[in-house]
Design a protein around this ligand. Structure first.
Ligand code: ARG
Length: 611
């Protein structure tokens, strides 16, 4: 789904036109393509390379290459195209510049009409289309590990995954969420055995209803058990043996063992859900399908791989080899699907999950929002699934790999004591800082204490999400709270203030309503803002096609910057303005606010009305 193909198909394809507005870019593109074909019939579907430009509204740079191919003089061809372009309704003016570029100016009327069409979209989608070929995407994200503290890596997966889910759903894709939590493995033998021998440690669950534990308490219970079990495991050989036997019981599904295991999972979920809740993120229980959920498939997965010859036995283990994956010693590094002791690992589970997602959930796209340090694992897993025929040309599997979160010093984020930073502490600190920022301005806006606290949460969590989403996922980024809550710059709070400021203008407008007046001439800053709003639909298609939320943050930041320039140059509620200018400008800022709100919502960030 490329940028241009999405525009062209939406013009040709009538099915979505009701809910979408033809963008000015698409209209100009169409007129240019028509004129080009008329001037040079061979040009066919040639790309005029239309771009937004500072010199005019648009610039088309494609004629040079076309003329070269046709052996024509570029300036002459450009002049011929200019002559054939339909002018008046959308295109105000078009002229040849340089060796054969076209500078195109849009009519004020078309800009305002376009905004009005977006603003009154009956589907309330601001004129944004759906994708032409929606499919089913299964997205694997927000996958913490049972009985372990969540860290910043889990934050990234959750934040990026949540934004991608929202964006895909908005453009019409069917999305199935899978939270592949780490809830299986040998460490559970140790934990379960410990709990069996110290049954009072998680007693509260068997008690009455009113013994509900908080996320913090749940985690501290788990931490305590984990540490105690570890100490015993490392110091007591007999306990170690009992713990190892317990793993076998777990894998065999022995009821009492499963029951104890379930208590760890439940206790962990109390904690996970409290963190996701703090993150203002909805994770629904049926979507939490941890590693254990594929346990029944592991044996068959291995059998299928071995029967088809995709996997072979090597030193007792079941392995898949790759020509291009070698260790430092030059020897091949295989993907181990079953260890020599018969135990199944992470890869067997992921391969089984692929079978489930492709054949059970009927996915045509599989996404994995996982740390870049697991890229080799996914490369090998996908290749194995392809060899086995579980993935083919019709199914796409892609890891949305993300980089590491760094401290201010540029090193992986750690506490002063060198420990991993607890996610909850980080979020609480962000909320504290944000609340202080909100409080400083609260008097002017007349916020109550409750509103200050609520806004503080939205600004603080928004700041963390925005910082994460505004760098392209694969890059590392520095976790810098001072920068994140700064009012000036590419931050969520800057966008949140832009939104709240418009809401304040709309409140002050009294009886004046946002009404578009296409007959009015526009000031340069109005045109710039309007033309930027026009790009929202195509931008979202692009963001969705490449799973790139950072392009959406960049768009929204530019939108807020255009708005700032607009305020500097144009008054909205000035007595000097004729009523229709006031109405038209209200319409412009209202659509800006709705676009900001929609864009931020797609990133999982709230936009308070009063800030
Ligand atoms: N639980 C894993 C971790 O914390 C991430 C799981 C990623 N998903 C997957 N299907 N392997 O690193």
């Amino acid at each position: 789904m490329g940028y241009w193909s999405s525009i062209r198909t939406h013009e040709e394809n009538g099915t979505h036109s009701m809910a979408s507005v033809t963008s000015l870019t698409a209209s100009v593109h169409q007129r240019l393509a028509d004129a080009l074909t008329a001037a040079l019939p061979d040009a066919g579907s040639a790309d005029p390379l239309l771009r937004r430009s500072d010199r005019a509204d648009f610039q088309a740079n494609g004629i040079l290459a076309l003329a070269k191919k046709a052996g024509a003089n570029p300036r002459a061809l450009a002049a011929e195209v200019v002559e054939r372009i339909v002018k008046g309704d959308v295109i105000e003016d078009v002229e040849v510049s340089g060796p054969g570029f076209l500078n195109i100016t849009i009519t004020d009327r078309a800009i305002t009409e376009n905004l009005a069409a977006r603003a009154t979209d009956p589907a309330d989608r601001l004129g944004v289309a759906h994708t032409d070929h929606p499919g089913t995407t299964v997205i694997d994200y927000a996958q913490p590990n049972v009985a372990k503290e969540m860290h910043v890596g889990h934050l990234r997966s959750a934040v990026i995954g949540d934004a991608v889910v929202r964006i895909l759903e908005f453009v019409g894709e069917t999305v199935v969420r899978r939270h592949h939590i780490g809830d299986w493995g040998t460490q559970f033998g140790m934990l379960i055995q410990y709990l069996l021998e110290h049954p009072h440690e998680l007693d509260h669950r068997s008690g009455s209803e009113d013994t509900a534990v908080s996320g913090e308490e749940a985690m501290s219970n788990l931490n305590r058990i984990y540490k105690a079990a570890r100490v015993l495991f490392d110091s007591d050989e007999e306990f170690k043996t009992r713990a190892r036997r317990r793993v076998v019981d777990l894998q065999a599904g022995e009821p009492q063992t499963l029951d104890l295991w379930q208590r760890f999972v439940d206790e962990s979920k109390i904690y996970f859900y409290s963190v996701f809740d703090k993150l203002d993120m909805e994770i629904s229980d049926p979507d939490v399908v941890g590693e254990s959920g594929y346990n029944d498939m592991l044996e068959e997965t291995c059998r299928l791989l071995e029967e088809s010859g995709v996997a072979v036995r090597s030193e007792g283990a079941l392995c898949v080899f790759f020509d291009d994956v070698k260790g430092p010693d030059g020897n091949p590094v295989p993907l181990i699907v079953r260890k020599s002791d018969g135990g199944y690992g992470y890869a067997a589970t992921d391969l089984s999950a692929i079978r489930d997602r492709v054949f059970g959930l009927k996915a045509d796209t599989l996404l994995y929002v996982v740390d870049a340090r697991q890229s080799l694992h996914f490369k090998m897993v996908f290749e194995t699934a392809r060899r086995a025929g579980w993935l083919n040309e019709d199914t796409k599997a892609q890891q949305l790999a993300f980089g590491t979160v760094l401290g201010k010093d540029g090193k992986p984020f750690k506490t002063r004591e060198g420990e991993t930073v607890r996610l909850v502490d980080l979020l609480d600190e962000a909320i504290d800082r944000a609340t202080a920022v909100v409080r400083e301005k609260a008097g002017k806006v007349g916020l109550t204490e409750d509103e200050i606290l609520e806004n503080g949460r939205h600004v603080g969590i928004g700041a963390v999400k925005y910082a994460d989403l505004s760098t392209s996922a694969v890059r590392d980024y520095k976790f810098d709270l001072d920068q994140m809550v700064s009012l000036n710059g590419d931050t969520s709070v800057y966008l949140q203030y832009a939104y709240a400021r418009i809401q304040s203008i709309l409140r002050k407008a009294g009886d004046a309503r946002p009404v578009a007046h296409p007959e009015l001439a526009l000031a340069p800053a109005e045109r710039a803002l309007g033309l930027h709003l026009d790009q929202f639909g195509e931008l979202l298609m692009d963001v969705a096609a490449g799973y790139e939320p950072h392009k959406l943050t960049a768009y929204l930041y530019q939108l807020a910057s255009h708005l700032t320039t607009f305020y500097d140059q144009c008054h909205v509620l000035s007595d000097a303005n004729p009523p229709e200018v006031v109405e038209n400008r209200l319409a412009l800022v209202d659509l800006t606010a709705r676009t900001l709100h929609q864009g931020m919502a797609l990133l999982g960030i709230r936009t308070p009305d009063r800030l």
